[in-house]
Design a binder for this molecule. Structure first.
Ligand code: BG6
Length: 501
Protein backbone atom coordinates (compact mmCIF):
# COMPACT_ATOMS: atom_id res chain seq x y z
CA UNK A 1 0.00 0.00 0.00
CA UNK A 2 1.05 3.56 -0.74
CA UNK A 3 2.40 5.69 2.07
CA UNK A 4 0.24 8.63 3.12
CA UNK A 5 1.21 11.89 1.41
CA UNK A 6 3.29 14.33 3.44
CA UNK A 7 0.46 16.88 3.53
CA UNK A 8 -2.14 14.32 4.64
CA UNK A 9 -4.01 15.67 7.66
CA UNK A 10 -3.43 13.54 10.73
CA UNK A 11 -5.65 15.07 13.31
CA UNK A 12 -7.76 14.40 16.37
CA UNK A 13 -11.31 15.64 16.90
CA UNK A 14 -13.45 16.66 19.78
CA UNK A 15 -16.23 19.02 20.60
CA UNK A 16 -16.83 21.93 22.95
CA UNK A 17 -19.58 20.62 25.23
CA UNK A 18 -17.61 17.40 25.68
CA UNK A 19 -14.31 18.91 26.90
CA UNK A 20 -14.42 22.68 27.21
CA UNK A 21 -16.11 23.45 30.54
CA UNK A 22 -16.17 27.13 31.57
CA UNK A 23 -19.87 26.96 30.88
CA UNK A 24 -20.67 30.19 32.69
CA UNK A 25 -17.28 31.85 32.19
CA UNK A 26 -16.37 34.66 29.84
CA UNK A 27 -19.91 35.92 29.32
CA UNK A 28 -21.27 32.53 28.21
CA UNK A 29 -24.83 31.46 28.97
CA UNK A 30 -26.36 27.99 29.06
CA UNK A 31 -27.22 25.77 26.10
CA UNK A 32 -29.65 22.89 25.59
CA UNK A 33 -26.91 20.43 26.67
CA UNK A 34 -26.28 22.26 29.93
CA UNK A 35 -29.98 22.04 30.70
CA UNK A 36 -30.24 18.41 29.58
CA UNK A 37 -27.33 17.23 31.72
CA UNK A 38 -28.58 19.17 34.75
CA UNK A 39 -32.16 17.89 34.37
CA UNK A 40 -31.17 14.26 33.72
CA UNK A 41 -28.12 13.90 35.97
CA UNK A 42 -27.54 10.17 36.55
CA UNK A 43 -24.50 8.22 37.74
CA UNK A 44 -24.84 4.45 37.38
CA UNK A 45 -22.80 2.01 39.52
CA UNK A 46 -19.07 1.87 38.83
CA UNK A 47 -18.11 -0.47 36.00
CA UNK A 48 -21.59 -0.42 34.46
CA UNK A 49 -22.15 0.42 30.80
CA UNK A 50 -25.48 1.96 31.66
CA UNK A 51 -25.69 5.55 30.47
CA UNK A 52 -23.96 8.11 32.71
CA UNK A 53 -25.24 11.69 32.42
CA UNK A 54 -22.82 13.83 34.34
CA UNK A 55 -22.10 17.52 34.76
CA UNK A 56 -20.38 19.24 31.82
CA UNK A 57 -19.76 22.48 33.66
CA UNK A 58 -16.00 21.84 33.87
CA UNK A 59 -15.52 18.69 31.73
CA UNK A 60 -11.81 18.42 30.80
CA UNK A 61 -11.40 22.18 31.29
CA UNK A 62 -10.04 22.87 27.82
CA UNK A 63 -11.24 26.41 28.54
CA UNK A 64 -8.26 26.91 30.86
CA UNK A 65 -5.93 24.23 29.55
CA UNK A 66 -5.94 24.92 25.81
CA UNK A 67 -2.27 25.95 25.77
CA UNK A 68 -1.18 22.79 27.55
CA UNK A 69 -3.37 20.73 25.22
CA UNK A 70 -1.79 22.33 22.16
CA UNK A 71 1.64 21.48 23.59
CA UNK A 72 0.60 17.86 24.13
CA UNK A 73 -0.79 17.67 20.60
CA UNK A 74 2.57 18.88 19.34
CA UNK A 75 4.26 16.08 21.27
CA UNK A 76 1.78 13.69 19.58
CA UNK A 77 2.83 15.01 16.19
CA UNK A 78 -0.60 15.82 14.75
CA UNK A 79 -1.00 18.58 12.18
CA UNK A 80 -4.74 19.16 12.71
CA UNK A 81 -7.31 19.54 15.47
CA UNK A 82 -11.01 19.38 14.58
CA UNK A 83 -13.10 21.19 17.13
CA UNK A 84 -16.65 22.39 17.33
CA UNK A 85 -16.92 26.00 18.49
CA UNK A 86 -19.43 26.75 21.18
CA UNK A 87 -22.29 28.88 19.87
CA UNK A 88 -23.47 30.06 23.32
CA UNK A 89 -19.97 31.40 23.97
CA UNK A 90 -20.11 33.49 20.79
CA UNK A 91 -23.76 34.56 21.03
CA UNK A 92 -24.83 34.25 24.68
CA UNK A 93 -28.11 36.09 24.03
CA UNK A 94 -30.40 37.17 21.22
CA UNK A 95 -29.04 40.73 20.93
CA UNK A 96 -27.31 39.86 17.65
CA UNK A 97 -24.05 41.20 19.15
CA UNK A 98 -21.20 38.72 19.39
CA UNK A 99 -19.41 38.23 22.70
CA UNK A 100 -15.85 39.53 22.24
CA UNK A 101 -14.57 37.48 25.16
CA UNK A 102 -15.82 34.29 23.52
CA UNK A 103 -14.21 35.23 20.21
CA UNK A 104 -10.95 36.10 21.99
CA UNK A 105 -10.96 32.69 23.64
CA UNK A 106 -11.16 30.87 20.31
CA UNK A 107 -8.66 33.19 18.69
CA UNK A 108 -6.15 32.47 21.46
CA UNK A 109 -6.84 28.74 21.26
CA UNK A 110 -6.31 28.83 17.48
CA UNK A 111 -3.04 30.75 17.88
CA UNK A 112 -1.76 28.20 20.39
CA UNK A 113 -2.44 25.45 17.83
CA UNK A 114 -0.88 27.28 14.92
CA UNK A 115 2.23 28.09 16.93
CA UNK A 116 2.60 24.34 17.38
CA UNK A 117 2.16 23.57 13.67
CA UNK A 118 -1.45 22.38 14.07
CA UNK A 119 -4.26 23.45 11.73
CA UNK A 120 -7.51 24.28 13.53
CA UNK A 121 -10.47 22.61 11.77
CA UNK A 122 -13.54 24.35 13.16
CA UNK A 123 -17.05 22.86 13.13
CA UNK A 124 -19.84 25.40 13.51
CA UNK A 125 -22.53 23.20 15.01
CA UNK A 126 -22.43 19.97 17.00
CA UNK A 127 -25.90 19.51 18.59
CA UNK A 128 -25.42 22.27 21.15
CA UNK A 129 -27.92 25.12 20.75
CA UNK A 130 -27.84 28.22 22.98
CA UNK A 131 -30.79 28.03 25.36
CA UNK A 132 -32.15 31.41 24.23
CA UNK A 133 -32.36 30.03 20.68
CA UNK A 134 -33.76 26.68 21.79
CA UNK A 135 -36.52 28.55 23.60
CA UNK A 136 -37.41 30.33 20.37
CA UNK A 137 -37.75 27.01 18.55
CA UNK A 138 -34.16 25.82 17.97
CA UNK A 139 -33.22 23.77 14.92
CA UNK A 140 -36.82 22.92 14.03
CA UNK A 141 -37.72 26.56 13.54
CA UNK A 142 -37.03 29.20 10.89
CA UNK A 143 -35.39 31.47 13.50
CA UNK A 144 -32.48 29.02 13.37
CA UNK A 145 -31.53 30.16 9.88
CA UNK A 146 -30.72 33.81 10.50
CA UNK A 147 -29.12 33.01 13.86
CA UNK A 148 -26.86 30.51 12.09
CA UNK A 149 -26.02 33.06 9.41
CA UNK A 150 -24.91 35.48 12.15
CA UNK A 151 -22.75 32.79 13.72
CA UNK A 152 -21.10 31.82 10.45
CA UNK A 153 -20.50 35.43 9.43
CA UNK A 154 -18.85 36.41 12.70
CA UNK A 155 -16.66 33.30 12.89
CA UNK A 156 -15.51 33.45 9.27
CA UNK A 157 -14.58 37.12 9.69
CA UNK A 158 -12.72 36.74 12.97
CA UNK A 159 -11.10 33.31 12.57
CA UNK A 160 -11.01 32.86 8.80
CA UNK A 161 -7.34 33.72 8.50
CA UNK A 162 -6.27 30.81 10.69
CA UNK A 163 -7.45 27.88 8.58
CA UNK A 164 -8.60 26.71 5.17
CA UNK A 165 -10.91 23.86 6.29
CA UNK A 166 -14.26 24.35 8.00
CA UNK A 167 -17.33 22.21 8.59
CA UNK A 168 -20.88 23.47 8.96
CA UNK A 169 -22.14 20.75 11.28
CA UNK A 170 -21.46 17.38 12.84
CA UNK A 171 -23.92 14.50 12.60
CA UNK A 172 -27.25 16.20 11.90
CA UNK A 173 -28.57 12.64 11.71
CA UNK A 174 -27.75 11.55 15.28
CA UNK A 175 -28.93 14.88 16.61
CA UNK A 176 -32.30 14.89 14.84
CA UNK A 177 -33.02 11.19 15.41
CA UNK A 178 -32.02 11.21 19.09
CA UNK A 179 -33.36 14.67 19.88
CA UNK A 180 -36.55 14.84 17.81
CA UNK A 181 -37.78 11.28 17.40
CA UNK A 182 -36.52 10.34 20.85
CA UNK A 183 -35.64 12.10 24.10
CA UNK A 184 -32.16 10.58 24.28
CA UNK A 185 -30.63 13.99 23.50
CA UNK A 186 -31.92 17.53 23.84
CA UNK A 187 -34.35 18.94 22.86
CA UNK A 188 -36.06 15.55 23.33
CA UNK A 189 -39.20 16.45 21.45
CA UNK A 190 -40.40 13.01 20.29
CA UNK A 191 -42.36 14.57 17.46
CA UNK A 192 -42.11 13.43 13.84
CA UNK A 193 -43.10 16.81 12.42
CA UNK A 194 -40.38 18.55 14.43
CA UNK A 195 -37.90 15.94 13.19
CA UNK A 196 -38.53 16.74 9.53
CA UNK A 197 -38.51 20.46 10.19
CA UNK A 198 -35.15 20.19 11.95
CA UNK A 199 -33.70 18.27 9.00
CA UNK A 200 -34.99 20.94 6.62
CA UNK A 201 -33.62 23.91 8.56
CA UNK A 202 -30.28 22.23 9.26
CA UNK A 203 -29.86 21.53 5.54
CA UNK A 204 -30.74 25.08 4.53
CA UNK A 205 -28.46 26.47 7.24
CA UNK A 206 -25.53 24.58 5.67
CA UNK A 207 -26.19 26.35 2.36
CA UNK A 208 -26.55 29.71 4.12
CA UNK A 209 -23.17 29.17 5.74
CA UNK A 210 -21.72 28.49 2.28
CA UNK A 211 -23.14 31.80 1.03
CA UNK A 212 -21.37 33.54 3.89
CA UNK A 213 -18.21 31.51 3.29
CA UNK A 214 -17.99 32.64 -0.32
CA UNK A 215 -18.58 36.25 0.70
CA UNK A 216 -15.83 35.92 3.32
CA UNK A 217 -13.46 34.67 0.63
CA UNK A 218 -14.28 37.69 -1.57
CA UNK A 219 -13.62 39.97 1.39
CA UNK A 220 -10.28 38.23 2.04
CA UNK A 221 -11.30 37.03 5.48
CA UNK A 222 -10.75 33.49 4.27
CA UNK A 223 -8.14 32.43 1.78
CA UNK A 224 -9.11 31.34 -1.73
CA UNK A 225 -9.60 27.57 -2.29
CA UNK A 226 -10.59 27.00 1.32
CA UNK A 227 -13.05 24.17 1.88
CA UNK A 228 -16.36 24.14 3.70
CA UNK A 229 -17.63 20.64 4.40
CA UNK A 230 -20.43 18.79 6.11
CA UNK A 231 -19.85 16.01 8.58
CA UNK A 232 -22.02 12.91 8.66
CA UNK A 233 -22.07 9.60 10.51
CA UNK A 234 -23.22 7.29 7.75
CA UNK A 235 -23.23 3.61 8.78
CA UNK A 236 -22.71 1.63 5.57
CA UNK A 237 -25.54 -0.94 5.47
CA UNK A 238 -24.75 -4.65 5.39
CA UNK A 239 -27.63 -7.00 4.56
CA UNK A 240 -28.43 -9.47 7.32
CA UNK A 241 -28.50 -12.17 4.67
CA UNK A 242 -26.45 -11.11 1.66
CA UNK A 243 -28.47 -13.40 -0.62
CA UNK A 244 -31.90 -12.28 0.54
CA UNK A 245 -33.66 -9.87 -1.83
CA UNK A 246 -35.75 -8.30 0.95
CA UNK A 247 -32.73 -7.64 3.17
CA UNK A 248 -30.91 -6.09 0.21
CA UNK A 249 -33.87 -3.82 -0.55
CA UNK A 250 -34.05 -2.87 3.12
CA UNK A 251 -30.41 -1.68 2.81
CA UNK A 252 -31.40 0.60 -0.06
CA UNK A 253 -34.19 2.08 2.05
CA UNK A 254 -31.79 2.53 4.95
CA UNK A 255 -29.46 4.48 2.69
CA UNK A 256 -32.25 6.78 1.63
CA UNK A 257 -32.87 7.73 5.29
CA UNK A 258 -29.32 7.51 6.62
CA UNK A 259 -27.22 8.77 3.71
CA UNK A 260 -29.22 10.58 1.01
CA UNK A 261 -31.37 12.51 3.47
CA UNK A 262 -28.38 14.03 5.23
CA UNK A 263 -25.85 14.51 2.43
CA UNK A 264 -27.83 15.05 -0.79
CA UNK A 265 -29.23 18.46 0.24
CA UNK A 266 -25.84 20.05 0.88
CA UNK A 267 -23.79 18.16 -1.70
CA UNK A 268 -26.25 17.73 -4.58
CA UNK A 269 -28.69 20.55 -3.78
CA UNK A 270 -31.73 18.25 -3.60
CA UNK A 271 -33.78 16.37 -1.03
CA UNK A 272 -34.49 12.67 -1.61
CA UNK A 273 -38.01 11.23 -2.08
CA UNK A 274 -38.40 10.15 1.55
CA UNK A 275 -38.20 13.82 2.53
CA UNK A 276 -40.86 14.99 0.08
CA UNK A 277 -43.12 12.06 1.01
CA UNK A 278 -42.90 12.99 4.67
CA UNK A 279 -43.56 16.68 3.96
CA UNK A 280 -46.70 15.68 2.06
CA UNK A 281 -47.87 13.09 4.55
CA UNK A 282 -47.42 15.40 7.54
CA UNK A 283 -48.79 18.51 5.84
CA UNK A 284 -45.61 20.47 6.23
CA UNK A 285 -45.60 22.24 2.86
CA UNK A 286 -45.72 25.64 4.52
CA UNK A 287 -42.13 25.30 5.75
CA UNK A 288 -40.74 25.03 2.21
CA UNK A 289 -39.89 28.39 0.66
CA UNK A 290 -38.79 28.64 -2.95
CA UNK A 291 -35.88 30.91 -2.08
CA UNK A 292 -34.52 28.29 0.37
CA UNK A 293 -34.45 25.69 -2.38
CA UNK A 294 -32.61 28.12 -4.66
CA UNK A 295 -30.05 28.83 -1.92
CA UNK A 296 -29.57 25.09 -1.48
CA UNK A 297 -29.00 24.52 -5.21
CA UNK A 298 -26.57 27.40 -5.51
CA UNK A 299 -24.47 26.70 -2.45
CA UNK A 300 -23.23 23.14 -2.46
CA UNK A 301 -20.54 22.23 0.03
CA UNK A 302 -17.02 21.14 -0.88
CA UNK A 303 -16.01 18.30 1.39
CA UNK A 304 -17.38 15.28 3.26
CA UNK A 305 -16.42 14.69 6.86
CA UNK A 306 -17.28 11.12 7.67
CA UNK A 307 -17.66 9.75 11.17
CA UNK A 308 -17.05 6.04 10.82
CA UNK A 309 -17.41 3.87 13.88
CA UNK A 310 -19.44 0.96 12.56
CA UNK A 311 -21.62 -0.27 9.74
CA UNK A 312 -25.30 -1.15 10.30
CA UNK A 313 -26.58 -4.67 9.74
CA UNK A 314 -29.92 -4.21 8.08
CA UNK A 315 -32.81 -6.62 7.81
CA UNK A 316 -36.24 -6.61 6.31
CA UNK A 317 -38.86 -6.17 9.08
CA UNK A 318 -39.96 -9.79 8.47
CA UNK A 319 -36.96 -10.80 10.61
CA UNK A 320 -38.75 -9.48 13.68
CA UNK A 321 -41.20 -12.36 13.38
CA UNK A 322 -38.44 -14.95 13.20
CA UNK A 323 -37.07 -16.66 16.29
CA UNK A 324 -33.64 -15.01 16.26
CA UNK A 325 -31.61 -14.34 19.41
CA UNK A 326 -30.07 -10.90 18.95
CA UNK A 327 -27.06 -9.49 20.78
CA UNK A 328 -28.98 -6.26 21.29
CA UNK A 329 -32.60 -5.24 20.77
CA UNK A 330 -33.24 -4.51 17.04
CA UNK A 331 -34.15 -0.90 16.32
CA UNK A 332 -36.81 0.20 13.88
CA UNK A 333 -37.28 3.56 12.21
CA UNK A 334 -40.20 5.68 11.04
CA UNK A 335 -41.86 3.99 8.10
CA UNK A 336 -40.83 0.53 9.36
CA UNK A 337 -39.18 -0.31 6.05
CA UNK A 338 -35.97 -1.64 7.57
CA UNK A 339 -34.68 -2.83 10.91
CA UNK A 340 -31.17 -2.38 12.34
CA UNK A 341 -30.20 -5.72 13.86
CA UNK A 342 -27.40 -6.95 16.07
CA UNK A 343 -26.67 -10.59 15.26
CA UNK A 344 -24.64 -12.64 17.68
CA UNK A 345 -21.12 -13.83 16.85
CA UNK A 346 -19.90 -10.48 15.56
CA UNK A 347 -17.23 -8.30 17.20
CA UNK A 348 -18.74 -5.67 19.49
CA UNK A 349 -17.28 -3.11 21.89
CA UNK A 350 -18.28 -3.18 25.56
CA UNK A 351 -21.04 -0.72 24.61
CA UNK A 352 -22.23 -3.11 21.90
CA UNK A 353 -20.95 -1.12 18.93
CA UNK A 354 -20.06 -3.35 16.00
CA UNK A 355 -16.41 -3.53 14.99
CA UNK A 356 -16.05 -4.07 11.21
CA UNK A 357 -13.20 -1.95 9.84
CA UNK A 358 -13.49 -3.30 6.29
CA UNK A 359 -16.67 -1.28 5.74
CA UNK A 360 -14.66 1.90 6.04
CA UNK A 361 -12.95 1.36 2.68
CA UNK A 362 -16.05 -0.20 1.13
CA UNK A 363 -18.15 2.78 2.25
CA UNK A 364 -15.51 5.30 1.19
CA UNK A 365 -15.90 4.13 -2.42
CA UNK A 366 -19.66 4.62 -2.21
CA UNK A 367 -19.28 8.19 -0.93
CA UNK A 368 -16.57 9.04 -3.43
CA UNK A 369 -18.48 7.62 -6.40
CA UNK A 370 -21.78 9.15 -5.42
CA UNK A 371 -20.70 12.68 -4.46
CA UNK A 372 -17.30 13.14 -6.12
CA UNK A 373 -16.06 15.28 -3.20
CA UNK A 374 -12.88 14.91 -1.15
CA UNK A 375 -13.31 12.95 2.05
CA UNK A 376 -11.94 13.21 5.53
CA UNK A 377 -12.60 10.89 8.44
CA UNK A 378 -13.71 13.28 11.16
CA UNK A 379 -14.43 10.73 13.88
CA UNK A 380 -13.25 7.17 14.43
CA UNK A 381 -12.39 5.79 17.82
CA UNK A 382 -12.96 3.24 20.54
CA UNK A 383 -14.88 3.84 23.77
CA UNK A 384 -13.45 1.65 26.54
CA UNK A 385 -12.97 1.36 30.31
CA UNK A 386 -9.30 2.35 30.50
CA UNK A 387 -7.12 1.37 33.44
CA UNK A 388 -4.28 3.62 34.56
CA UNK A 389 -1.21 1.80 35.84
CA UNK A 390 2.16 3.38 36.67
CA UNK A 391 0.86 6.72 35.47
CA UNK A 392 -0.06 5.61 31.93
CA UNK A 393 -2.73 3.61 30.12
CA UNK A 394 -1.44 0.72 28.03
CA UNK A 395 -4.39 0.77 25.63
CA UNK A 396 -3.32 -1.94 23.18
CA UNK A 397 -7.00 -2.55 22.32
CA UNK A 398 -7.30 1.06 21.10
CA UNK A 399 -4.13 0.81 19.03
CA UNK A 400 -5.58 -2.34 17.48
CA UNK A 401 -8.93 -0.70 16.72
CA UNK A 402 -7.44 2.50 15.29
CA UNK A 403 -4.80 0.74 13.31
CA UNK A 404 -7.32 -1.62 11.69
CA UNK A 405 -9.39 1.39 10.64
CA UNK A 406 -6.55 3.60 9.51
CA UNK A 407 -5.32 0.78 7.29
CA UNK A 408 -8.70 0.88 5.55
CA UNK A 409 -8.20 4.58 4.87
CA UNK A 410 -4.79 3.79 3.41
CA UNK A 411 -6.33 1.01 1.34
CA UNK A 412 -9.08 3.27 -0.03
CA UNK A 413 -6.46 5.89 -0.96
CA UNK A 414 -4.42 3.24 -2.79
CA UNK A 415 -7.60 2.32 -4.68
CA UNK A 416 -8.17 5.93 -5.79
CA UNK A 417 -10.45 7.53 -3.16
CA UNK A 418 -9.54 11.15 -2.49
CA UNK A 419 -9.07 11.11 1.29
CA UNK A 420 -7.43 14.31 2.52
CA UNK A 421 -7.27 13.45 6.20
CA UNK A 422 -8.01 11.25 9.17
CA UNK A 423 -9.09 12.70 12.48
CA UNK A 424 -9.38 10.21 15.32
CA UNK A 425 -11.94 10.57 18.06
CA UNK A 426 -10.59 11.92 20.38
CA UNK A 427 -7.65 14.00 21.49
CA UNK A 428 -8.38 13.43 25.19
CA UNK A 429 -10.98 11.74 27.37
CA UNK A 430 -14.33 13.47 27.14
CA UNK A 431 -17.88 13.53 28.35
CA UNK A 432 -19.49 10.92 26.12
CA UNK A 433 -23.23 11.19 25.43
CA UNK A 434 -23.70 7.44 25.87
CA UNK A 435 -21.10 6.74 28.56
CA UNK A 436 -20.29 9.95 30.44
CA UNK A 437 -16.72 10.18 31.73
CA UNK A 438 -16.33 6.42 32.18
CA UNK A 439 -16.37 5.71 28.43
CA UNK A 440 -12.84 6.73 27.49
CA UNK A 441 -11.89 7.67 23.94
CA UNK A 442 -8.75 9.79 24.26
CA UNK A 443 -5.16 9.37 23.16
CA UNK A 444 -4.55 11.37 26.29
CA UNK A 445 -6.13 10.57 29.65
CA UNK A 446 -7.78 13.14 31.90
CA UNK A 447 -7.80 12.70 35.65
CA UNK A 448 -11.51 13.38 36.18
CA UNK A 449 -11.21 12.17 39.80
CA UNK A 450 -8.95 15.08 40.66
CA UNK A 451 -9.99 18.73 40.49
CA UNK A 452 -6.74 19.59 38.71
CA UNK A 453 -7.91 17.49 35.73
CA UNK A 454 -4.31 16.55 34.93
CA UNK A 455 -3.42 14.91 31.62
CA UNK A 456 -1.59 11.59 31.30
CA UNK A 457 -0.27 9.64 28.32
CA UNK A 458 -1.59 6.45 26.80
CA UNK A 459 0.31 4.04 24.55
CA UNK A 460 -2.02 4.89 21.65
CA UNK A 461 -0.69 8.45 21.61
CA UNK A 462 2.79 7.11 20.85
CA UNK A 463 1.45 4.66 18.30
CA UNK A 464 -0.23 7.59 16.49
CA UNK A 465 2.97 9.62 16.71
CA UNK A 466 4.86 6.75 15.09
CA UNK A 467 2.29 6.38 12.29
CA UNK A 468 2.45 10.11 11.56
CA UNK A 469 6.24 10.11 11.52
CA UNK A 470 6.49 7.15 9.16
CA UNK A 471 3.34 7.98 7.14
CA UNK A 472 2.21 4.39 7.24
CA UNK A 473 0.35 1.88 9.40
CA UNK A 474 1.53 -1.66 10.01
CA UNK A 475 -0.22 -5.02 10.19
CA UNK A 476 -1.42 -5.92 13.66
CA UNK A 477 1.18 -8.66 14.02
CA UNK A 478 3.94 -6.10 13.48
CA UNK A 479 2.78 -3.63 16.08
CA UNK A 480 5.22 -3.39 18.96
CA UNK A 481 2.72 -2.66 21.75
CA UNK A 482 5.43 -2.81 24.40
CA UNK A 483 7.45 -0.12 22.67
CA UNK A 484 4.49 2.29 22.72
CA UNK A 485 3.78 1.76 26.42
CA UNK A 486 7.49 2.29 27.11
CA UNK A 487 7.40 5.51 25.08
CA UNK A 488 4.46 6.68 27.20
CA UNK A 489 6.38 5.87 30.41
CA UNK A 490 9.50 7.61 29.16
CA UNK A 491 7.54 10.68 28.25
CA UNK A 492 6.00 10.72 31.71
CA UNK A 493 9.51 11.05 33.13
CA UNK A 494 11.13 13.34 30.59
CA UNK A 495 8.21 15.71 29.81
CA UNK A 496 7.26 16.73 33.33
CA UNK A 497 6.33 20.12 31.87
CA UNK A 498 3.42 18.42 30.11
CA UNK A 499 2.26 15.77 32.51
CA UNK A 500 2.73 17.47 35.86
CA UNK A 501 0.73 20.59 35.11
C1 BG6 B 1 -20.48 10.79 17.62
C2 BG6 B 1 -20.60 12.15 18.25
O1 BG6 B 1 -21.71 10.39 17.17
O2 BG6 B 1 -20.15 9.75 18.47
C3 BG6 B 1 -19.68 12.37 19.44
O3 BG6 B 1 -20.39 13.14 17.28
C4 BG6 B 1 -19.69 11.17 20.33
O4 BG6 B 1 -20.07 13.54 20.08
C5 BG6 B 1 -19.22 9.98 19.51
O5 BG6 B 1 -18.87 11.32 21.47
C6 BG6 B 1 -19.15 8.68 20.29
O6 BG6 B 1 -20.38 8.46 20.90
P1 BG6 B 1 -20.45 8.17 22.43
O7 BG6 B 1 -21.86 8.24 22.82
O8 BG6 B 1 -19.85 6.82 22.60
O9 BG6 B 1 -19.60 9.22 23.09
Amino acid sequence: MKKFKKDFIFSTSTCSYQIEGGRLEGGRTHSNWDKFTIDNFHIPPEGSTEREINSISVAANYYEKYQLDADIMKEMGVNGFAYNLDWARIFPNDSGIANEEGLDFYENAFKSLINNGIKPIPILYHWDTPLWLEEKGGTSSRVFLEAFRDLAKVLFKRLGKYTDIWFVSDENSSYTVQGYLDDYCPPGKKDEKEFWKAIYYLSISGAIAKEEFDKAIKLNYIQENSLLGIDHDWNPPVPYDKDDKDDIEACEKFNEYNLDLFLDPNLLGTFPDCFWNAIKKLDLDEIIIENDIEILKNNKLDLIGWNYYRPAIIAHPKRLNEQIQWQNKPSTFIGNEFVIVFPKNYRYTKWNWLIMPEHLSIGAHVLWNKYDKPLMILENGLGYFDKKEDGIVADDYRIEYLSEHLREVQKAISEGVNFIGYSAWTYCDIFSPSGGYRKKYGFVGVDFENSNLGRYPKSSMYWYKDVIKNLTTTNLEHIDYKKFSNDAKLSLKSRKDLWNK
